[in-house]
Write a protein that binds this ligand. Structure first.
Ligand SMILES: Cc1ncc(COP(=O)(O)OP(=O)(O)O)c(N)n1
Ligand SMILES: Cc1ncsc1CCOP(=O)(O)O
Ligand SMILES: [Mg+2]
Length: 221
């Protein structure tokens, strides 16, 4: 399985699409294909919220989206559900502070899969790294329409705080990020942006993803 060294993880963080069927009015498979055409570098299957698929339908969608990612060489991450990640041979799992214990997740998935952990403070970040996280998802950067139970808005300043505290692992900012605010998130020290609505909900998904890719690249020059 792919060795997820820090450099490979950092590259994957650049434009990270997070999506489930409830985040788009279009066919999720087509949205994913368009987002890949626009330049996303990582995909997370996050099937939750009102109206989310359950049971076989959820597993089938996961397998289909996983296949699209495989066809295009885009790594595939599963949100929350470690057993689903193993079942569909995902490249990794993302867990939050209220999900399964990160150290237990690491033990279950082994070293070959990527482990992402949500962190809102230096303390949470240090514990996540201790547990074996490959990257941190940090946010919300801004108010988000996509997560009803989101943590209070932290802003890009929290990323700068983590960097100042010596947290060197790849960081992706999440929450309410648009192409226009990407520069501020990157300038604070993030390696990329994780996005739901501004890509999955866009009328032109490919163009939206391309705008994020250009904004991220602009900060790397
Ligand atoms: C990349 C990334 N960062 C943070 C989150 C949020 O995870 P969590 O806090 O567990 O909330 P849910 O997404 O599970 O509702 C994420 N999913 N991805
Ligand atoms: C899953 C998640 N975790 C923190 S904010 C958020 C939602 C991000 O969605 P959007 O990009 O639409 O604000
Ligand atoms: Mg979670």
């Amino acid at each position: 399985m792919h060795p997820w060294n820090a450099e490979a993880v950092q590259r994957a963080m650049q434009v990270y699409l997070v999506m489930g069927s409830v985040n788009t009015k279009q066919d999720p498979m087509e949205v994913l294909r368009q987002a890949i055409a626009g330049g996303i570098t990582l995909f997370q299957f996050r099937e939750k919220g009102t109206g989310a698929l359950v049971g076989e339908a959820r597993i089938t969608l996961a397998m289909r989206l996983r296949e699209v990612c495989s066809q295009h060489g885009v790594p595939f991450i599963v949100n929350d559900d470690v057993e689903l990640a193993v079942a569909v041979e995902a490249d990794g799992v993302h867990v939050g502070q209220d999900d399964a214990d990160a150290a237990l997740v690491r033990a279950r998935i082994g070293d070959g899969r990527m482990l992402g952990v949500s962190a809102h403070s230096v303390d949470e970040a240090r514990r996540a790294l201790q547990a074996g996280a490959n990257y941190l998802g940090v946010g919300p950067m801004y108010p988000t329409p996509s997560k009803a139970d989101a943590h209070a808005v932290l802003g890009p300043a929290v990323v700068a705080e983590l960097r100042a505290a010596g947290i060197a692992v790849p960081i992706v900012g999440i929450g309410g990020i648009t192409p226009d605010t990407t520069a501020a998130v990157m300038a604070a020290g993030a390696d990329g942006v994780a996005v739901i609505s501004a890509i999955a909900g866009a009328a032109n998904v490919c163009a939206a993803a391309a705008q994020f890719a250009a904004a991220v690249r602009g900060m790397q020059a």
